[in-house]
Write a protein that binds this ligand. Structure first.
Ligand code: URA
Ligand code: SF4
Length: 197
């Protein structure tokens, strides 16, 4: 089996597990879990929070209002959506899009960790503070974690067994839906990705 087939097989295994997952109570109200989508050879992984209503109905990440903004940001730096990988820390929708709780994050994030290990991206962009908190802690950056307003767009480089990975926390694209001024800030932060893809 070559590397691409191996990745495919391992990601399919995660998909099968998530489709049947009942590790936290969010499985009760979900229509579809949202596993993740994009290139298995992606250099960049974007990791949001959890599915919203539209994502829950389709099983696809960032396909609603926040997704439209993410698409626009990607276009602004000439990155194709199909060349990156997009997923979330929670695979099932929290009711009324409430914030993820600790129990859910603990139950779900082994899937995300496996996705990252399989894809081996060069860059991981947590979108929003929950994703930032989880991923920075996972990558040994707990002491450098600050509010997202302070460290959005900052590059944290971590050396690991498969080389090095850059963690770049970004605001969650949904912030633009309640404060349109945020779009320019996000666009500016996205510029960093231009040279990293
Ligand atoms: N918000 C997220 O965090 N993830 C999605 O997939 C959609 C909206
Ligand atoms: Fe399982 Fe994650 Fe869905 Fe909870 S949110 S049921 S842990 S896939």
């Amino acid at each position: 089996m070559d590397e691409a087939e191996e990745k495919e097989k391992n990601l399919e295994k995660i998909k099968a597990e998530v489709l049947n997952c009942k590790k936290c109570s969010l499985h009760k109200d979900r229509i579809y879990p949202v596993i993740g989508e994009g290139s298995h050879r992606a250099k960049i992984i974007f990791c949001g929070e959890g599915p919203g209503a539209q994502e829950d109905r389709t099983g696809r990440p960032f396909c609603g209002a926040a997704g439209k903004i993410l698409d626009e940001l990607l276009v602004s730096v000439g990155i194709k959506r199909e060349d990156v990988y997009i997923c979330n820390i929670l695979k099932c929708r929290p009711p009324q899009n409430r914030d993820p709780n600790q129990e859910e994050i603990e139950a779900c994030t082994s899937y995300l960790e496996r996705q990252i290990k399989i894809i081996k991206p060069k860059v991981i962009c947590p979108l929003g503070r929950y994703s930032m908190q989880f991923l920075m802690e996972k990558f040994g950056l707990k002491d450098e974690t600050q509010p997202i307003g302070k460290i959005h767009g900052k590059v944290f480089e971590v050396k690991n067994l498969f080389g090095s990975v850059k963690i770049i926390p970004l605001y969650h694209p949904a912030v633009v839906t309640y404060n349109s001024n945020m779009k320019e800030i996000l666009k500016k932060d996205f510029q960093i990705l231009k040279n990293l893809r």
